[in-house]
Design a protein around this ligand. Structure first.
Ligand code: NAD
Length: 421
């Protein structure tokens, strides 16, 4: 086990396994089931030769890890980032398994990633890379096998390229192979904002449990991307005021409330939240330790490290990002009575609406945005209730409780299926 310091971040797969072991202890899980749940079912590593715009060929490395499908087809996003590693993708695939289980939707968990720097690639280069990746993983994905979706630095256009490549290889249009598609190709209304919206519904429930009046509350968001910016814009509609935000270019804080919609427009125009009129530039630490009621880490994993956690003043931490809090930092937040809405619950709105998109594709039906948002609210509020009830029953924090609920359901499915042959 790596030591946690601000310099050395823990291996994300070790963090994921540690969380599983913890839940297994509460569930008194037998060793055989624990062994099955600790290992991904399939790990694909693919080499992707791509013709770059300057005529040269670059070979990229891509991954698809399929963790567990006992409760339904594999499901999980695809990430484009220079820092992608196999262990990161394995961890994310495990968290997807627990996330679909805690949300109680009939899926397993998977994740994909390509080591690349999309910020320094042209659209045609990204298209060629995506299509080559889709072709490489095509035998292992499909509407009833494994259904990818967007994640960091991938989007609806990326899904359209995967859909087109997969459908060309299959010989027929197969919209159910990916979710998070553009609406004209079978994407669901409400999917683009679903992760942020779901996290807002969780925050509302957490505020009730903690007797916090959201009308008087303040909040800050680390990582003002898809999840973070939608979270901010939707949450401010319920009363809380945004006091700080960050992205990969830096952090800002403000003494007066920031209009999230204006900040979204500013970031779209300039490429960053930094320099937003009326704000001050801040360090990432200052942002994460702001005196606000709600803090949402919505960037990447391992940003709330122990030294940061010691100074977190927020009463509620809503983990829009996957794995933002290290296990050591988590213990500190718990000891300091910070109510953490864990990632697998807080950001499950995205996969819940992905599921609704997939159902619409398979059934050839279309729901209105209001219908989708209502179903999302019901599903995620129900999941919050299940997890909160488990936390009271076992006397645990919400993360442990979410894992108890999630791992318990997958373990039941694994045990009941038995082992083939
Ligand atoms: P995104 O690419 O839209 O946004 C990521 C944001 O984080 C960007 O604004 C980027 O500038 C910022 N960022 C990157 N490095 C940073 C750093 N060091 N400090 C501060 N900000 C930094 O991605 P996204 O889809 O919003 O995903 C964000 C997180 O939410 C990820 O952990 C992802 O796995 C998780 N998530 C996303 C969805 C979804 O539907 N989009 C669903 C579930 C979970």
């Amino acid at each position: 086990m790596m030591k946690e310091t601000s310099q050395v971040k823990p291996n994300p797969f070790e963090s994921a396994t540690q969380q599983l072991r913890n839940a297994a202890g509460y569930l008194k899980l037998d060793e055989d089931t624990f062994q099955i749940l600790s290992a991904p079912k399939r790990q694909l590593i693919v080499s992707l030769p791509v013709r770059m715009d300057n005529g040269s060929v670059r070979v990229f490395t891509g991954y698809r890890v399929q963790y567990n499908d006992a409760r339904g087809p594999f499901k999980g996003g695809i990430r484009y980032h220079p820092g992608v590693t196999l262990d990161e993708v394995k961890a994310l695939s495990a968290w997807m398994t627990w996330k679909t289980s805690v949300a109680d939707i009939p899926y397993g968990g998977a994740k994909g990633g390509i080591i690349c720097d999309p910020k320094h690639m042209s659209q045609p280069e990204l298209e060629r890379l995506t299509r080559r990746y889709a072709a490489a993983i095509a035998p292992f994905i499909g509407p009833y096998k494994d259904i990818p979706a967007p994640d960091v630095y991938t989007n609806a256009q990326t899904m359209a390229w995967i859909l087109d490549t997969y459908s060309a290889l299959e010989g027929h249009m197969s919209p159910g192979v990916v979710t998070g598609k553009p609406v004209p190709l079978g994407g669901s209304l409400g999917r683009d904002k679903a992760t942020g919206r779901g996290a807002v519904f969780c925050t509302i429930e957490a505020a009730k449990v903690n007797k916090i009046d959201l009308k008087k509350a303040t909040f800050a968001v680390e990582g003002f991307g898809n999840a973070g910016s939608n979270y901010a814009e939707i949450l401010q509609g319920y009363g809380p005021r945004l006091m700080g935000a960050s992205d990969s270019q830096g952090a800002i804080t403000s003494k007066t409330p920031i209009d999230a919609s204006k900040l979204i427009a500013y970031k779209e125009r300039t490429g960053s939240v930094v320099g937003f009129p009326g704000s001050q530039k801040a360090s990432e630490r200052e942002l994460l330790q702001m005196d606000v009621d709600v803090l949402s880490p919505a960037a990447l994993e391992n940003t709330i490290l122990p030294e940061i956690a010691k100074g977190v003043k927020a009463k509620i931490v809503t983990e829009c990002a996957n794995g933002p809090t290290t296990p050591e930092a988590d213990k500190i937040l718990h000891a300091n009575k910070v109510f953490v809405i864990p990632d697998i619950l807080a950001n499950s709105g995205g996969v819940i609406v992905s599921y609704l998109e997939w159902v619409q594709n398979l059934e050839r039906i279309g729901w209105t945005e209001t219908e989708v948002n209502d179903m999302l609210k019901k599903k995620i509020t129900g999941a919050f209730g299940d997890v909160h009830a488990a936390s009271l029953k076992h006397g645990t924090d919400m993360r442990t409780a979410a894992m108890i609920v999630a791992v318990g359901r997958v373990a039941d499915a694994v045990r009941t299926l038995g082992i083939f042959p």
